[in-house]
Design a protein around this ligand. Structure first.
Ligand SMILES: Nc1ncnc2c1ncn2[C@@H]1O[C@H](COP(=O)(O)OP(=O)(O)O)[C@@H](O)[C@H]1O
Ligand SMILES: [Mg+2]
Length: 351
């Protein structure tokens, strides 16, 4: 509590000081609560994203209150009485609609997508079914709930799923991020272990066709409200494509690839103009289909042989750290970090 109070104080003081500099765009200064940390497995990344957003909001002239999301969240928000909440929480609670629903209940505007889009994007099975129904390409898949193994004899259906999807097979929890719990099974023997592993993260496991391909990500931003004319909101824009290139082909330990230094990010990705445009168009389609708002990052695969692009997933609270993909893509598009944060903030009032 005392730490939180101190953070609250220092946050306000820092914000008030930077407000005087007036070096941000000409938007009215507001009191913004940056929500970060929380109890998800992506807490560490979230603390870094939140710190980056905090600094930028201060430079933009806003007062900032930093809140580490925990049991006191609602009380802290009530006490602070912010004009808006800037959500820098990744993973469970922060990205799955929980915090968004809470903020709606206490009538505080917030950045990014509303609960329905958060729920759809977080649940990879739901998102993939929606994409399939809408004709957006996503790797073939089957899903199994934990209860179906316990109560419905689902183990008996695995051999058919294996045959349909082939090996290696990607096994991942239906929700999670940062490649947590993503495993590659090379054979029937490896499958049960991978499934049990994924089920330790989520009650639903996704079996997905393996794509031997390049890892691409396309971030999407809503148009800049300060340059939009009148009531015309304009269309969301796709930022340049980022490619994540592993330093070493660590095929079976994807989690380590996301540790600092294991992956190189290239933006704009080395692709033909037509392929980049296609990836961007797919990302925009996913963004619209899933009902995203403000910002999102769509992860895709580009098959090395067939050159087919498929959508893996959409992240509604993309990372904002120094090494995150969204700031990199934004920079490549000529949108500086502070402007990016300003645009994400604006999404709190354009819903
Ligand atoms: N079907 C697949 N084929 C090949 N690689 C995959 C596949 N699914 C996931 N991956 C790899 O695992 C990473 C994480 O998967 P993703 O579906 O984006 O989940 P998350 O980022 O939420 O953990 C991807 O960026 C990609 O490198
Ligand atoms: Mg991903």
């Amino acid at each position: 509590m005392s730490n939180d109070a101190a953070a609250l104080e220092s946050g306000r003081a820092g914000g008030a000081r930077s407000r005087l500099r007036g070096d941000g765009p000409r938007t009215a200064a507001k009191l913004i609560a940056v929500l970060k940390g929380g109890g998800s497995l992506e807490r560490k990344v979230s603390l870094r994203s939140g710190a980056q957003a905090h600094d930028a909001l201060g430079r933009l002239g806003h007062e900032v209150v930093a809140i580490d999301a925990g049991p006191e969240l609602v009380a802290q928000l009530r006490e602070a009485g912010p004009d808006a909440a800037f959500i820098a929480l990744h993973g469970r609670d922060g990205e799955d609609g929980t915090v968004q629903g809470l903020l709606e209940a206490i009538a505080i505007p917030y950045t990014g997508s509303a609960p329905a889009a958060c729920i759809c994007c977080t649940d990879k099975v739901l998102a993939k079914h929606l994409m399939r129904a809408a004709g957006l390409p996503t790797p073939d898949f089957h899903f199994f709930r934990e209860s179906s193994f316990k109560e419905l004899g689902a183990a008996g259906a695995l051999s058919e799923a294996e045959r349909a999807l082939g090996f290696p097979l990607v096994v991942k929890p239906a929700s999670q991020g940062s490649a947590l719990g993503v495993k590659f099974a090379r054979s029937s023997e490896e499958l049960p272990g991978a499934i049990v592993g994924a089920l330790s993260y989520d009650r639903t496991v996704l079996l997905e066709r393996y794509v031997n391909g390049r890892d691409l990500a396309v971030s999407v931003l809503d148009p800049n409200p300060t340059t939009a004319r009148g009531d015309v909101r304009g269309d969301p824009v796709a930022l340049p494509v980022v490619e994540a290139i592993p330093r070493e082909q660590e095929f079976y330990n994807y989690e380590s690839r996301y540790e600092i230094g294991m992956t190189t990010f290239v933006c704009p990705a080395e692709l033909s103009a037509a392929m980049s445009a296609r990836a961007q168009e797919l990302a925009l389609q996913a963004y619209r289909l899933l009902g995203c708002h403000g910002v999102a990052r769509v992860d895709l695969m580009l098959d090395r042989e067939s050159e087919e692009l498929t959508v893996l997933e959409t992240n509604v609270v993309p990372g904002l750290t120094e090494t995150s993909l969204l700031p990199l893509a934004s920079d490549a598009a000529g949108i500086g970090f502070d402007e990016l944060i300003g645009r994400i903030l604006a999404s709190a009032w354009t819903r």
